[in-house]
Ligand binder design. Sequence first.
Ligand SMILES: [Zn+2]
Length: 155
Amino acid sequence: MTDTSTSTAAPPDSADTQPGAVPIVDYLVLGDQPHLIAHECTKCSARYFDHRNACASCFGTEFTDVDVPTTGTLRTYTIVSFAAPGVPVPFVAGVIDCDGTHVRGNVINTDPTPENITLGMPLRLATYVVGTDDNGVEAIGFGFEPDTSGNGEAV
Ligand SMILES: [Zn+2]
């Protein structure tokens, strides 16, 4: 197996802190190292991305924000072939296990074909521009792309 990392289509590296960029979800933190934050229950450590008034597991009401690892493995996925008008298909909707925290996100920057997507494949967080409003403010979304930095063979 030779290293074929001659990527001619490198993703535009536009992540350097632009004042005119907003994340499309409030648990995505932009900046030099974009990452996700979760609300962690202080009693049972259950993690949530949306706002909760009480923990679904233990009914605790105190949460603390924690950083979610930006790398993980693909736990389950669906190749979506039909979507609302304007949504490019097919795409891969997955659940990524980021060191125990399950994150819903799309697998991006790879062909959405069964040959390319395997359960357990290493992934890393990646951001991209979803759209730009009339004022030039960019909306930034996130997905997970294949993490080839490990340099090791998958087992
Ligand atoms: Zn709890």
